[in-house]
Design a binder for this molecule. Structure first.
Ligand code: BYC
Length: 333
C-alpha cells in the first residue's frame, strides 16, 4: 500500500502536468485552425482529429480502389480501342488515387496493412455508390458523368482541408477527376447525338438507375450526419453534405439538358425564391441498407478485393525478397 501510494502521487501529478500541457497544445491547435492554418503530420493534434482523419481518408482510399471494380468489368467490352484506352487510363488513375490517400493516412500513424485489414474484414466503409452493378456500356459513361461529377463536387473543398497531406493529395486527385467526368460526359454525348434509338434508351436507363445513388454519395442530411459539425469546425469538411448535394443537382440538371436526357425525379424543378433546384426525397432506407452491406454488389466487391490481395501475395513477397537482397548486397559492398 505504502509503495503504491509513493507511486501514485507523482503519477497523478505528472498526469495533471500533462493535461495542463495538453490543454495548452489544444488551445494552440484550435487557434491555428481558426486562423485557417494547415496542420502537418509532425504537428501536435488532438487524438479525435487524428482518428476522424484516418476514418475519412481511409474510407476515401478504399472507395477509390473498390471503385475500380465496376468499371473494370467493361475493359474487355469497351466499344472501340479509343474508349478502351480511356477507360484503362481512368481505372489506373483511381488506383493511383488510392495510393496517394493510403499514403496520406499513413502519415497519421496507421499502417497500410491495418487499413487494408479493416477493408478486407468488412469493418471499414467505402462509398455506397460502388455497390451498384454496371449493366451496360452506358453505365461506364454515367459513372464518369454523375459519379465522378459528384466526387469532384465533394473533393474540391477537400483541397483546402486543414490536414495538409490530405489537401495536397486532393489537388492532384481533382485534376484527374475532372478528366474522368469529361470523358464520361463525352461518351454519353456521342451516344445521344450519333447513336441509335436503342443506344439513347440505354443512356436514359443508366441515368435512371444512377441518379439517386449519386445523390446519396454526399452522405446523410446534415441533421442526420453525426460527424459533420466537428469536421466542419476543424476545417476537415468545408461545405456540408446537403450544400454539396444541392450544388451538384444545380450543375447537373443543366448538363442533362445539353445531353438530352431526363432525370428520374418528378419533383425536380427550379425554385426562383431559393435560386436552386428543388428535388424529391432521397430513399435513406436504401442508402443505409447499402452502407450496411446489403446492396446488390457488396459481397461481390469485397470478395474481389480479398481475392486480389491474396492472389497478389507472391508479388509482395518477391518485392520484399528483392529489397532484402539489394540491401544485403549494398551492405557487403
Ligand atoms: N457511402 O457523418 P457523416 C470516387 C457514412 S471515390 C458510405 O456525414 P462524414 C471514384 C460515414 O462514413 C469518392 N458511407 O460522415 C472512385 C459515416 O460513417 P462512420 C469517395 C457513407 O465522414 C473510383 C456515416 O455514414 N469520396 O469518386 O462527415 C471510380 C455518417 O455520415 C457515405 C470520398 O470518400 C457514403 N456515400 O461525411 C470513380 C470523399 N456517406 O464513418 C469514382 C471523402 C456517409 O461514422 N469523404 N457515409 O462509420 C467525405 O467527404 C465524407 O467522409 C462524406 C461523409 C461526405 C462521404
Amino acid at each position: 500500500m505504502y509503495t503504491q501510494a509513493m507511486d501514485t502521487a507523482p503519477q497523478e501529478a505528472r498526469k495533471a502536468v500533462r493535461s495542463a500541457e495538453e490543454a495548452e497544445l489544444e488551445a494552440r491547435f484550435e487557434a491555428r485552425i481558426d486562423d485557417g492554418a494547415f496542420i502537418e503530420a509532425k504537428d501536435w493534434m488532438p487524438e479525435h482529429y487524428r482518428k476522424t482523419l484516418v476514418r475519412q481518408i481511409s474510407q476515401h482510399a478504399h472507395s477509390e480502389i473498390v471503385g475500380m471494380l465496376p468499371e473494370g468489368n467493361w475493359v474487355t467490352r469497351a466499344p472501340t480501342l479509343k474508349r478502351k484506352a480511356i477507360l484503362l487510363a481512368k481505372i489506373q488513375d483511381e488506383g493511383g488515387h488510392g495510393l496517394y490517400l493510403y499514403a496520406a493516412a499513413e502519415t497519421l500513424g496507421t499502417s497500410r496493412d491495418q487499413l487494408l485489414d479493416a477493408l478486407h474484414s468488412g469493418k471499414a466503409k467505402y462509398s455506397s455508390i460502388f455497390n451498384y452493378p454496371t449493366l451496360t456500356w452506358a453505365d461506364v459513361g454515367v459513372i464518369g458523368w454523375l459519379v465522378d461529377g459528384a466526387a469532384i463536387m465533394n473533393q474540391i473543398p477537400l483541397c483546402r482541408c486543414s490536414y495538409a497531406p490530405y489537401a495536397r493529395a486532393m489537388i492532384r486527385v481533382c485534376k484527374e477527376e475532372s478528366f474522368h467526368q469529361r470523358q464520361g460526359f463525352d461518351a454519353l454525348n456521342v451516344m445521344m447525338r450519333e447513336g441509335t434509338e436503342a443506344q439513347r434508351a440505354m443512356v436514359q436507363d443508366a441515368v435512371n438507375r444512377w441518379w439517386w445513388p449519386s445523390l446519396m454519395m454526399f452522405g446523410p442530411h446534415d441533421s442526420d450526419s453525426p460527424n459533420s459539425a466537428q469536421s466542419m469546425r476543424w476545417g476537415i469538411k468545408r461545405i456540408s453534405n446537403d450544400d454539396l448535394r444541392q450544388k451538384f443537382v444545380d450543375a447537373t440538371v443543366e448538363q442533362a439538358k445539353v445531353l438530352g436526357v431526363s432525370l428520374p425525379d418528378p419533383l425536380l424543378q427550379w425554385n426562383e425564391a431559393r435560386g436552386h433546384y428543388d428535388f424529391g426525397p432521397i430513399d435513406w432506407a436504401e442508402f443505409w441498407r447499402v452502407v450496411g452491406g446489403e446492396g446488390a454488389c457488396n459481397r461481390e466487391r469485397l470478395q474481389a478485393r480479398v481475392d486480389a490481395w491474396e492472389e497478389g501475395a507472391w508479388v509482395r513477397e518477391a518485392a520484399l525478397a528483392h529489397a532484402r537482397k539489394q540491401q544485403t548486397q549494398a551492405e557487403a559492398a
